[in-house]
Design a protein around this ligand. Structure first.
Ligand code: DAH
Length: 368
């Protein structure tokens, strides 16, 4: 209970009033000066200004109400002056700054570890893709891109897959629906390889061309440990006068050594692609066993990694429709294409292709 006891006034004379109010003001000032913390300020407020038990209320009912009419004015003036002083003291005390409790709640323990903010990092596919590109950039290749939604013409026909050619069946294609009314060459599909960008590049510029084309490709293939319907390739194209198969071999041998280490060997196996003649599959000596034979290379000592070949004259013929300088009698070139996932899996010893797309931070964090 708040002690709001107020003495009796001896009389309503000037001297008595002066003394009584001076004493009250002094006690209010002393009390206010010693306040610390919100709780004490609140107690002071209640003690002086509380509606029911506050001292000012008490003064009003005990001194003012019973006062003779001629003393009321002098009393009222002093009462209001005291009230103003108390209110001022309260305002000062309340505004003096946050209480100890408030300060404690806001305090920072500088010995605690800070909040760790994760820095973004390249995805292993992007990282591998950039690595492959930079190997060729160092050889003077430029970098190009093309659309992922491609026409039948660029994806197949201009790459020397004529309509109905069985080689089309090697790339199970996702096509955009409801385009039967368009001529076949204009129908849209999700590109099955980055090779169409070879043609787009040649249409844009006469030889010489040295370009690598990284990008996403799509095939209607079932996903398994090593296949995904969406994956990435890096395409390469080099066209100039007197480009030979030796240039192709030397370039890819260097690239494989740059990517997998200088002790890696390469060998070229005959293969078939409609857009190259002759065509080859490139194998590298097994990076796991060094070529001795292990489970990863099926005891052969070699791992097949990419396709390549000399640009087919039929492809140059399509390019020559827009850029006559692509005359196979005057120029020659080589091309290659590699799967980025496959190379990343080899480099980092990953056995499940799905890991690349799952978005699991425990997996991705290892490449940061
Ligand atoms: N486009 C081929 C594929 O997706 C890969 C390829 C092979 C690209 C040989 C080439 C090449 O440029 O010369 O299977």
């Amino acid at each position: 209970m708040i002690d709001a006891s107020i003495p009796e006034l001896p009389d309503y004379g000037e001297a008595a009033l002066e003394q009584a109010f001076a004493a009250l003001e002094a006690s209010a000032r002393t009390a206010a000066a010693n306040l610390s913390g919100e709780a004490q300020v609140e107690t002071f407020r209640l003690e002086w200004l509380g509606r029911k038990q506050g001292r000012l209320n008490e003064i009003s009912s005990r001194w003012l109400k019973g006062a003779p009419p001629e003393a009321k004015k002098a009393l009222g003036v002093r009462f209001n002056a005291l009230k103003t002083v108390v209110e001022g003291l309260l305002e000062q005390a309340a505004g003096a700054g946050p209480s100890d409790a408030a300060l404690k709640a806001e305090a920072i323990d500088i010995t605690l570890p800070g909040t760790r903010r994760l820095t973004g990092a390249e995805h292993p596919i992007t990282k591998t893709l950039n690595e492959i590109v930079s190997v060729f950039a160092a050889l003077g290749y430029s970098v190009g891109v093309g659309p992922e939604v491609e026409t039948d013409f660029y994806n197949f026909e201009s790459m020397n897959f004529p309509p109905g050619h069985p080689a089309r069946d090697t790339q199970d294609t996702l096509v955009v629906a409801n385009q039967e009314r368009r001529p076949l060459r204009d129908r849209l599909l999700l590109r099955t390889h980055t090779s169409p960008v070879q043609m787009r590049t040649m249409e844009q510029q006469p030889p010489p061309v040295r370009i690598v084309i990284p990008g996403k490709v799509h095939r209607n293939d079932a996903a398994d440990a090593t296949h995904s319907p969406i994956f990435h390739q890096v395409e390469g194209l080099c066209v100039d006068t007197n480009i030979t198969f030796s240039d192709l071999k030397g370039t890819l041998d260097h690239a494989m050594k740059a990517l997998f280490g200088s002790s890696v060997k390469t060998r070229f196996f005959p293969s078939f692609f409609p857009f190259t003649e002759p065509s080859a599959d490139v194998q590298i000596s097994c990076i796991f066993c060094g070529g001795k034979g292990c489970r990863k290379c099926k005891q052969s000592g070699w791992i097949e990694l990419l396709g390549c070949g000399m640009v087919d004259p039929g492809v140059f013929a399509f390019a020559a429709q827009k850029q006559p300088a692509y005359d196979p009698k005057k120029i020659s070139g080589f091309a290659f294409g590699m799967g980025v996932e496959r190379i990343a899996m080899m480099k980092y010893g990953i056995s499940e292709i799905g890991q690349f797309y799952a978005g699991d931070m425990r997996f991705l964090g290892q490449f940061a």
